[in-house]
Design a protein around this ligand. Structure first.
Ligand code: DO4
Ligand code: MG
Length: 284
C-alpha cells in the first residue's frame, strides 16, 4: 500500500496511490495527516478498511506530489555499503582510516540530514553547492519510522553530497551534506513491507543531461551491511522523535571519480518496491 502527500487547489492532502496511476484523496475519510496514519498500530490495515468508492479519485499525472514528510527529522546512515567505504577512502587523504573503522564498528555512522520543511519532493530541485567542485547524488533506501521506533514504511531518498568538501576534511561533513536542497524524498511511502522482502529490492539511478544518460548505476538493498532495526535502534538511543523520523540507509552507488553533477541535470532514482523519484539539479 502506498501513501502520499499532494497538493490540490492550494491545499495539502494525504492520498492513497493505486497502481501508480490514481490517487484516492483521503480527506473525506478524515485523514489529513500523514503522521497520524504512520502512528497507527497497523497503518495498512487502517487504510484497507476505508470505503474507497466514497473517495475522490484523481489521475496521478494531475497531482503535484510533495515530499512524504510533515515534521519528521531526516537522518542518514553512512558507509553501510562496501562501495561507499572504498570510494570515500580513495577520495580522502588523512580521514581514510575513519571510513574503514566505521564500516566494521558496532556503532553505525548516523548524521542529521534535514528538517522536514527543507526536503525537496518529487520534481523539485536538488542542490549542488556553488562553492563545491565535485557533487554527486546518493540514491538511498529511506526507512520511515514512527515515534515508537517502529519501521512502518519505506521511501526513496537522495543524500546529495559534495565529495570534494567531504574529502578535504571529514570535519567538513555537515557542510558537504547539509545545505539548501541537499535532501530529496519521495515519491510516496510504501507501507508495511518486511525487511526480508525489502532486501530483494533493487536501487537504480540514471542521470540525464540534455536528454542523454550520462551516468547510470545499480545496487541491491541486500548489500546494506547492517540490519534496519539495528540502525533505528542506534538512532533512537538517548534521543526522541515525537513526530517520527526518516532514516536514509546509505549509498551503494558511487559514480566514477571523473563524474560531477551540473546544473539542469536530472536525477532519476528507482527502487523496485517503491517507484521513481525524479529531481532536477540547481546550483545553490
Ligand atoms: O561518511 C560519510 C557519509 C557517508 C554516506 O552518506 C553514505 O555512505 O551514504
Ligand atoms: Mg549517503
Amino acid at each position: 500500500m502506498k501513501i502520499c502527500r499532494f497538493k490540490q487547489n492550494n491545499s495539502v492532502r494525504v492520498g492513497l496511490v493505486i497502481e501508480n496511476s490514481t490517487v484516492f484523496d483521503l480527506t473525506p475519510a478524515g485523514i489529513t495527516s500523514l503522521t497520524a496514519v504512520l502512528e497507527e498500530a497497523d497503518p495498512s490495515a487502517r487504510l484497507s478498511e476505508l470505503a474507497r468508492e466514497k473517495l475522490p479519485r484523481i489521475p496521478l499525472a494531475e497531482v503535484q506530489l510533495l515530499a512524504p514528510v510533515e515534521q519528521q527529522e531526516v537522518w542518514a546512515a553512512g558507509v553501510t555499503y562496501l562501495r561507499s567505504k572504498t570510494a570515500r577512502m580513495e577520495e580522502s587523504d588523512f580521514s581514510a582510516n575513519a571510513y574503514d573503522k566505521v564500516y566494521s564498528a558496532d556503532r553505525p555512522e548516523l548524521f542529521f540530514k534535514s528538517l522536514a520543511a527543507k526536503v525537496s519532493g518529487p520534481g523539485a530541485p536538488v542542490g549542488i553547492r556553488e562553492d563545491a567542485k565535485w557533487n554527486v547524488p546518493e540514491p538511498e533506501l529511506a526507512l520511515v519510522v514512527n515515534s515508537k521506533g517502529n519501521i512502518v514504511g519505506h521511501t526513496i531518498g537522495n543524500d546529495m553530497s559534495s565529495r570534494d568538501i567531504e574529502g578535504e576534511n571529514l570535519l567538513y561533513l555537515p557542510q558537504a551534506k547539509v545545505y539548501k536542497h541537499s535532501c530529496a524524498l519521495g515519491p510516496w511511502i510504501t507501507l508495511g513491507t518486511p525487511e526480508k522482502d525489502v532486501r530483494q529490492w533493487l536501487i537504480r539511478i540514471a542521470i540525464r543531461r540534455d536528454g542523454a544518460v550520462v551516468f547510470q548505476g545499480e545496487t541491491s538493498v541486500d548489500r546494506i551491511k547492517r540490519g534496519f532495526a539495528d540502525l533505528v535502534n542506534y538512532l533512537f538511543r538517548s534521543q526522541e522523535f515525537p513526530h517520527g523520523a526518516v532514516l536514509l540507509t546509505g549509498t551503494g552507488v558511487v559514480p566514477d571519480d571523473s563524474f560531477t553533477l551540473r546544473a539542469n541535470d536530472v536525477t532519476e532514482i528507482e527502487i523496485s518496491g517503491i517507484g521513481t523519484l525524479q529531481n532536477s539539479v540547481a546550483v545553490v
